[in-house]
Design a protein. Structure first.
Length: 179
């Protein structure tokens, strides 16, 4: 990733790239750069950062439009701080824009139990058609997410019954959408 925020625009489909570019240019320089993962959104390949390392206190939220704030909320679900990821996840769970599901689904494959519980508790707010389309067009990504849920539960939460572990509850919901 380059030493500026220019690559962040590719985390979103073309339809919102102008807003993403304005947002990226307004963000402070990140402290560190991370790799990306690729998924398809509406038939377009996007590259989403695995982690971002921006100082949230230096972000000028007031200069962002409503559309840019939603894009920023998505990006902040990739923040290195789990509290920041959770806070911004809660903001996007009700969104019905096609660029949101990859940010939510990626969090299912992570280890922070509070984030998994927030997703599980917000399942009723997710647009089933939107998530179905995303999961079906990104089956390999979804398989990897499932593998991560299994691994993180076994490593960090072996005391949890599989049926009660929030990650599995979310995966079961997603499975019902695509079958």
């Amino acid at each position: 990733m380059p030493e500026d925020n220019s690559e962040l625009v590719f985390a979103f489909p073309v339809v919102v790239r102008d807003d993403a570019a304005r947002l990226a240019s307004a963000l402070p320089k990140p402290d560190l750069f991370a790799h990306t993962f690729q998924v398809t959104v509406g038939g377009e390949l996007v590259r989403i950062p695995r982690r971002i390392y921006h100082d949230v206190a230096r972000i000028d939220f007031a200069s962002c439009s409503t559309a840019q704030i939603e894009l920023l909320d998505c990006l902040l679900t990739r923040h290195h701080n789990g509290y920041v990821r959770e806070e911004n996840l809660r903001k996007i769970l009700r969104s019905n824009h096609p660029w949101v599901p990859p940010f939510v689904v990626q969090l299912v494959g992570e280890y922070v139990i509070e984030i998994l519980a927030a997703i599980r508790d917000g399942l009723g707010n997710l647009d089933p058609d939107l998530y179905r389309a995303f999961l079906r067009s990104n089956s390999q990504f979804f398989r990897l997410t499932k593998q991560r849920v299994v691994s993180y539960r076994a490593c960090y939460y072996p005391q949890w019954e599989k049926s009660k572990y929030p990650g599995f509850e979310v995966l079961n919901f997603f499975d019902t959408l695509i079958h």
